[in-house]
Structures are given as structure tokens and as C-alpha cells.
Design a protein around this ligand. Structure first.
Ligand code: WQD
Length: 338
């Protein structure tokens, strides 16, 4: 069975690629390397013994995508490709809507033309936005509060409409919580461009000496220690969730959303302290004002994914901290040296 991964060289895409290869799937990657590195392909081969087929294309470019679909007999699509920085999306909303929505529309058009009926979408817990509860369940209304989150929310609606119109279509919306960690080999991991926006890559860059200290964005939230609480999920558990979703899409039609999270919330200080303890390194930090747009606390209710997909997380916060650090230590400058 041949699976197309758009954005397959990215952080979550590359980990999913490994999980798919190890589960016996054939993988075709479409990536324009705008936020990823070619070196990932060799690392995937080092880990699995298989180098996935690569198309260095912009997925929004329908002519290139059509060529791919004409050459490969694709059975299902997992769509990761997209811009993902919340702050940048507020500065350049048009670019975010154009890119994230165009790529999805091009895929849907090609899938229709080549009769491909299975679509797994890389969505985000961000679609829930300002909710009236901190434990998110899939049937809550979506209410994203920034352009990045709204691209995910609008794409979910586009995919729901597509599945209503084509009863043979199977769409699975995977709402990720906060992916961290790396493959235990330390060969692939999160490789942000420039100053990291997210907590874990910032911590690992402080640990490796690239940044002086972490800024903890606010310690006056109504949470146990005053710092923000999130549901951190190991990227390899997340990758396994995609394989479960793919299997589900083989036997089911329609459109279903699933939370992919652990169900447990940890604070910023929980992460810092666990990272220090597990890896025996100091993380100097300073408390700064809250970051605009951050919510105090949220985490997943992961019951639907367990009951319907038969998937749950296996890794601990200790694993996440150890694996993030191993990746950073072995690759202090990410993939850039290659
Ligand atoms: C986690 C916690 C911060 C950095 C974002 C997007 C979401 C998804 C994942 C997808 C918060 C605190 C962070 C730092 C800090 N994106 N923090 N100092 O904001 O939950 O989610 O990334 O591609 O859509 O919104 O993740 O890792 O940025 O923050 O104190 O330097 O760490 O305030 O409480 P977030 P994050």
C-alpha cells in the first residue's frame, strides 16, 4: 500500500514516515523543503533501511502534483505540509491562508481525478481556541483565535464538505496537542529555523549552549505553579496515531476528528524540572510577562482515539525529555551541517 506524505520531511512527517515504513507501507514524500532538510531522507534510510521516494515539489502547484499522482499509484494521503508559526501567521495571514488552503485544495482535486479516497489531515488542538473547559473533547465547537489556527479550522470544514459530497471518501482529522521528543536513535528531530517559538526546542538550545536562558512566559496563571499547562505528546506516539488513523480509514467512510494527546497536562516548570533531572543539565530561566494569545491551560480527552482507533500514548515525559536532548546533543546545529 502506497501512502503520499505531503511535508514528509518535516518534524512530524519524518517520524510518521519511519512508523509507516516499519509497519510495511510504501511511502512517497512530497516536500518543497521550505521548512525542512534533504538530509532527513538519508537519516530515514539509516533508521529503516529504506529511502522513501521523493518529489521535491510545492504541493499547491497542481501541475507538479498531478504528475506525481499520474506516476505513483497512491492509496491514501497524509497531509502535513503547511506553515505552522502562530506569530508569523498574524503578520502574514494572506500567505498562511494561500499556502495552507491551496495545498489542501490541490490535493483534493488530484485525489478526485485519480480516485484516491483516503485523507488523513494534520490538524491541531488550536482549532478549539478559547473554550469554556480545559479538557478538550472532539465534539466541542471549534473557535480558533489566530490565522494559523483558522487555516486548520477552515481546512477541517473543507474536508467535511468534501466527505459529505463524496460518500466514498474517508477523512480523518488528527488534532495534535504539543508534540515534543524525537526518534530514540537521535537521528531525526525538531529542527526549527532561527529562534525557536516552541518550548522544548528552546530548552534544548539553552541546554546545548546556543541560547543563554529560557524565558518562562508568565507565572501568574491560575494553574498549580502559575505557569502554562499543556498536553505534551511524544512525536513517536503521534506518528503511531497516524498509522492507526490510516488503518481506520481503510474500513470507514465519512469524516471524523480525533484528539492525539496523552490526557495529562504539564506546566512549563514541570517540563524544565523534568528535563534537568532526566538529563542532568541546568536550564537557566527568567520569568517574563505572558506571551500574547497564550491560554492558561488545556489538555486532551484522548478517549475517542482509544475507543475508535485503538491508539494511546506509550511514552512518558521522561522519555520525551531524554529523546529531545539526545537529538539536540547529537545535532547541535540541526541538519544544517549536511
Ligand atoms: C508551550 C508552553 C508557553 C516558549 C503552539 C501552537 C500550536 C502548536 C504547538 C503547531 C506555553 C510556554 C513557550 C518559551 C515559554 N503548533 N513557553 N517559553 O503555544 O502551546 O502551541 O505550538 O504547529 O498550534 O499554538 O506551544 O511550545 O509555544 O508553548 O514559557 O520560550 O510553554 O507560554 O505555556 P503552544 P509552545
Amino acid at each position: 500500500m502506497k501512502i503520499l506524505l505531503t511535508g514528509g520531511a518535516g518534524y512530524i512527517g519524518s517520524h510518521t514516515c519511519i512508523e509507516l515504513i516499519e509497519s510495511g507501507y510504501e511511502v512517497v514524500i512530497a516536500d518543497d523543503f521550505s521548512n525542512s532538510s534533504m538530509a532527513v531522507l538519508k537519516r530515514i534510510k539509516e533508521i529503516t533501511g529504506v529511502e522513501p521516494t521523493l518529489y521535491n515539489i510545492d504541493v499547491a502547484d497542481i501541475a507538479s502534483l498531478d504528475e506525481l499522482f499520474a506516476k505513483e499509484k497512491i492509496d491514501a494521503v497524509i497531509h502535513f505540509a503547511g506553515f505552522k508559526a502562530v506569530g508569523e501567521s498574524c503578520e502574514k495571514p494572506t500567505m498562511y491562508y494561500r499556502n495552507n488552503i491551496d495545498t489542501t485544495l490541490s490535493l483534493l482535486e488530484c485525489m478526485e481525478k485519480y480516485n484516491v479516497k483516503r485523507f488523513v489531515f494534520s490538524s491541531s488542538a488550536t482549532v478549539y481556541g478559547n473554550a469554556d473547559r480545559v479538557e478538550y473533547v472532539e465534539d466541542m465547537p471549534t473557535n480558533a483565535v489566530n490565522p494559523y489556527g483558522r487555516t486548520k479550522m477552515f481546512i477541517e470544514h473543507i474536508l467535511m464538505d468534501a466527505s459529505c459530497a463524496d460518500k466514498e471518501l474517508s477523512v480523518v482529522l488528527l488534532r495534535y496537542f504539543n508534540p515534543i521528543g524525537a526518534h530514540e536513535s537521535g537521528l531525526i528531530g525538531d529542527n526549527p529555523n532561527g529562534i525557536p517559538n516552541n518550548l522544548m526546542p528552546y530548552i534544548t538550545q539553552v541546554a546545548v549552549g546556543k541560547r543563554e536562558r529560557l524565558s518562562v512566559f508568565g507565572n501568574d496563571y491560575p494553574t498549580p505553579d502559575g505557569t502554562g499547562v499543556r498536553d505534551y505528546i511524544h512525536v513517536c506516539d503521534l506518528a503511531a496515531g497516524h498509522v492507526a488513523a490510516l488503518r481506520y480509514s481503510e474500513k470507514n467512510r465519512g469524516c471524523e476528528a480525533f484528539n492525539l494527546g496523552t490526557g495529562v497536562g504539564y506546566s512549563v516548570m514541570d517540563i524544565v524540572k523534568t528535563f534537568e533531572r532526566v538529563n542532568n543539565v541546568k536550564i537557566p530561566y527568567v520569568v517574563t510577562p505572558r506571551r500574547d494569545g497564550d491560554l492558561p491551560e488545556y489538555y486532551a480527552n484522548p478517549a475517542k482515539a482509544l475507543n475508535v482507533l485503538g491508539w494511546k500514548t506509550e511514552k512518558t515525559l521522561e522519555d520525551m525529555c531524554a529523546d529531545s536532548w539526545r537529538w539536540q546533543m547529537k545535532n547541535p546545529n540541526g541538519y544544517t551541517e549536511e
